[in-house]
Design a protein around this ligand. Structure first.
Ligand code: SF4
Length: 313
């Protein structure tokens, strides 16, 4: 699910000790601590986790200061074991029925204008956690003037569960394909590329006004031709917005980085994606799923309104 940050299959082994040296463009100044500390202490008090803090995301202070944060619901143990992800794998804890209310209170307290709600994959729950997602979306919308973006697992392709989440009315439905189909056995062994595309296609056809989004990481062993094919598949599925970021290996337990993609290649990919019709694209070494989430939504809406006016004219 989450467009995380890490690396290479074709040659590399999971657990390989081979490390590439960080290039200069991946060194980022860490912003002032004040904002971050304030948010973290509030979240600790509410027993909540943000992906921002768990993943030590380099964009954290930037996002918080723009009123954007990503909450991880349904615990921090995942039933899947993706090759790029450092989230613990095992038997997850039971759901906390208070969690939707607590997330909504935190969003209100932090004056967030765009909340991203994501989760581990919960294949152990009958509906994959879809009702819990829906309850969280509703709680946030009831308490404040705050837009909700969900970044969901694939719900094993079960349309009823996907519909449960969509019916709660998130502004953005995000589901990451993460990588090219050839690499799925190593990068997302329990997922299925076609199933992920189907989820986006379902939202696009049954909720046409809902903004759909997906993301991939690069530098994990894919070729440029394969990336191009994924972009086309996503557009054919009706995906509106796209994030493309550099995979960074979270620890030696995960797949190694195959290469650090230079900034000018990210720019080319952004141009290509816009050229085939994505309404909003964020592409760069530090881009993650929720990066500039609020402005991507705004940009996408401005473009689709302009296109509608053009069609009407
Ligand atoms: S499904 Fe689980 S293991 Fe895979 S990326 Fe999501 S949290 Fe990580």
């Amino acid at each position: 699910m989450k467009n995380s940050e890490k690396s290479c299959p074709s040659e590399g082994n999971k657990g390989s000790t081979r490390e590439l040296r960080f290039p200069p463009w991946l060194k980022k100044r860490i912003p002032a601590r004040g904002e971050r500390e304030h948010v973290m202490s509030l979240l600790e008090g509410l027993r909540l986790h943000t992906v921002c803090q768990s993943a030590k995301c380099p964009n954290m202070a930037e996002c918080f200061s723009h009123g954007v944060a990503t909450f991880m619901i349904m615990g921090n143990t995942c039933t899947r074991n993706c090759g790029f992800c450092a989230v613990r794998h095992g038997v997850p804890e039971p759901l906390d029925p208070e969690e939707p209310r607590l997330v909504a209170e935190a969003a209100l307290e932090l004056h967030l204008r765009h909340v991203v709600v994501t989760s581990v994959t919960r294949d152990d729950i009958a509906d994959g956690g879809a009702s819990h997602f829906a309850a969280t979306i509703r709680a946030i919308k009831e308490r404040g003037d705050c837009r909700v973006e969900v970044l969901t697992p694939d719900f094993q392709g079960k349309k009823d569960d996907i519909e449960t989440v969509a019916a709660a009315g998130p502004a953005v439905f995000n589901h990451n394909v993460e990588t090219v189909p050839r690499l799925y056995p190593r990068v997302r062994p329990q997922a299925d590329y076609g199933r992920s595309l189907m989820l986006i296609e379902y939202i696009n056809s049954h909720h046409p006004t809902m903004f759909t989004k997906s993301g991939i990481m690069v530098g994990i062993g894919e070729s440029r031709r394969e990336i191009r094919a994924v972009l086309k598949d996503l557009r054919c599925a009706g995906c509106d917005a796209l994030t493309i970021g550099q995979y960074l290996r979270p620890s030696p337990e995960q797949l190694p980085v195959s290469r650090f993609v230079p900034p000018d290649e990210f720019e080319e990919l952004e141009e290509e994606a816009k050229g085939i019709g994505f309404e909003a694209v964020a592409s760069g070494p530090f881009v993650r799923s929720s990066y500039e989430a609020a402005s991507m939504y705004d940009e996408g809406n401005v473009r689709s309104e302009a296109a509608t006016m053009g069609n009407e004219g």
